[in-house]
Design a protein. Structure first.
Ligand SMILES: [Zn+2]
Length: 282
């Protein structure tokens, strides 16, 4: 059949291939091998992880429908085997949408607290505290981080590479997201402690740059220092606006989103401390 294609048809096909869809053209995408067979796939400000084993591909968050379709194409370049496991880090829509294209015939794994369906995908395996499985030449250790940022957030550690895929609770040298979305920040900090208790070397976050395990400790210390300074100010009767001028967190000036999010971090911490009754009455 191929040789029957006219040169016009070939030219048209090439033209179609050369013109990505709007969403593809808009998205900043990259594939980086961060350890043998362990890949980080970037879709704008979100990252997912793909691990190739002797038996197939294990994929974490689909991100969204366009990204998931792209992830599937990238997996096909890395292995001729199928996606065998889709692991949701948690159910928040910006990481967990559009999984259907990756879920075909795959084991779909979530923590127990995740909803019955995540954007139309029904998880087939749920776990409470932890779940471990061996797949080909790799081992996957999944650990619930407890409540805090979401109720169903897990860490995924891959061996033998000792890579941890960590979403939202902490990112290497990067401020937590905006005002932290009304979360219980003490619980959130405990999620980071849980990450620190895991055994891994490479910290592969869903946002920002790759780091090392010590970056989790730095992220927890940031939370503790922010809490101490905001609590001290509120206890002294200062307003949130005052605190946004006075709490500079100077040690973190080179962290990602320092300029954009410090003020919002202070607002989020202040409202958490006030609403959780931690500010002593005058
Ligand atoms: Zn989230």
């Amino acid at each position: 059949m191929k040789k029957l294609l006219s040169s016009v048809a070939v030219a048209t096909l090439l033209l179609m291939q050369a013109q990505p869809t709007l969403a593809q053209a808009d998205a900043k995408r990259s594939v980086t091998e961060i350890a043998p067979d362990v890949y980080r796939l970037q879709n704008n400000f979100h990252y997912s992880m793909v691990v190739i084993t002797g038996e197939g591909a294990v994929v974490t968050d689909p991100i969204n429908a366009d990204a998931a379709a792209w992830i599937k194409t990238e997996v096909a370049k890395l292995t001729d085997k199928p996606v065998t496991h889709l692991i949701y880090s948690h159910s928040h829509g910006d990481h967990a949408s559009g999984g259907a294209v990756l879920a075909d015939n795959a084991t779909v794994i979530t923590q127990t607290n995740a909803p019955d369906q995540i954007d139309g995908v029904k998880p087939t395996l749920r776990f409470d505290e932890s779940h471990e499985f061996v797949h080909g030449d790799k081992t996957f250790e999944l650990t619930w981080l407890g409540p805090g940022h979401g109720e169903d957030l897990i860490a995924v550690v891959v061996r033998p590479a000792n890579v941890a895929f960590i979403t939202d609770a902490a990112s290497p040298k990067r401020l937590p997201w905006r005002n932290m979305g009304g979360a219980n920040i003490d619980n959130w900090t405990n999620q980071i402690r849980k990450i620190e208790s895991l055994d891994f070397d490479i910290f592969a976050p869903a946002h920002g740059n790759v780091g090392v395990k010590a970056d989790a400790t730095d992220a927890r210390v940031y939370m503790e220092q922010l809490k101490a300074e905001v609590l001290e100010g509120l206890t002294a009767g200062k307003s949130v606006d005052d605190l946004k001028k006075e709490v500079t967190m100077n040690d973190y000036k080179d962290w990602g989103n320092y300029e954009n999010w410090l003020g919002l971090n202070i607002e989020g911490m202040a409202s958490f401390l006030m609403f959780s009754g931690q500010v002593p009455a005058k």
